[in-house]
Design a protein around this ligand. Structure first.
Ligand SMILES: [Zn+2]
Length: 245
């Protein structure tokens, strides 16, 4: 079995056995990796502290048949706000779930890794809800899921840029032209909310400057959740947590 070292973010964790964990790591070199961490739930285990959600770690792994094995991990960066603020933690879980669900295992995604670090850095200092929604749009785009905003996905006609209200279909994959606004899953969306999706896709997480009107954000979230439902086939599990806040 080959051993390898990589920097990684802890994006998922589940208990198994008496004292073990299966962790999901998003790694710099190999994309998403699932690994067994034997004994990680024992308080004195050297793996216990590093394997908390959202920690950035330096990890030593060995390749396995279905799961790799995490042999050693040390904390490279620890975010404070996820531990102090429940809302930030809940929205961070949403971003982590999207990372977990839309990228395949062992597919090197160095650009996505860089983006993920910028996203989790942004949670330290910015509004978690806005960070999470913008993160979702950009991660979906990186994974090849996008909604066309300039051409109708059915007929490729250009979308009229001067309307105040649009219809968008997550099944067809974009904003609809005037002939096709009546598809069954079309969601009505204001011009302001359409622009907000475009702003989220362009947002620089290192230097975020964006003004977000609450009513537009609610519209954008509705489209996002419908889009995610269509891609995943279910509603993100982290939503339940967010709704309980
Ligand atoms: Zn059309």
């Amino acid at each position: 079995m080959n051993n390898y070292e990589t920097e990684a973010i802890v994006i998922g964790s589940a208990n198994f056995g008496d004292a073990d964990k299966i962790v999901t790591l998003f790694t710099a070199n190999q994309g998403k990796v699932r690994a067994s961490a034997f004994g990680a739930r024992r308080p004195k285990s050297p793996l216990a502290a590093p394997l908390q959600m959202f920690h950035i770690v330096e990890a030593d792994l060995s390749e396995g048949y279905s799961l790799d094995t995490l042999k050693r991990a040390s904390i490279k960066k620890r975010y404070k706000k996820f531990g102090e603020d429940l809302e930030t933690f809940a929205y961070g879980m949403f971003a982590a779930e999207i990372l977990c669900e839309i990228f395949g295992e062992k597919q090197a995604e160095p650009e996505v890794y860089e983006l993920a670090i910028k996203i989790f850095d942004c949670f330290e200092k910015r509004n978690p809800r806005i960070t999470a929604v913008a993160a979702a749009w950009q991660l979906l785009f990186k994974a090849g899921f996008s909604l066309s905003t300039d051409a109708c996905p059915i007929c490729e006609n250009k979308i009229n840029a001067n309307k105040t209200e649009y219809a968008v279909s997550v099944k067809e994959g974009g904003f609809l032209c005037d002939y096709h606004t009546d598809v069954t899953d079309g969601i009505k969306i204001s011009a302001g909310a359409k622009k907000l999706i475009e702003d989220f896709l362009r947002l620089d997480f290192e230097n975020p400057s964006i003004s977000v009107r609450g009513s537009y954000l609610i519209e954008v979230e509705k489209v996002l959740l419908s889009f995610l439902q269509n891609i995943l086939g279910y509603n993100p599990k982290s939503l339940k947590f967010i709704r309980e806040l």
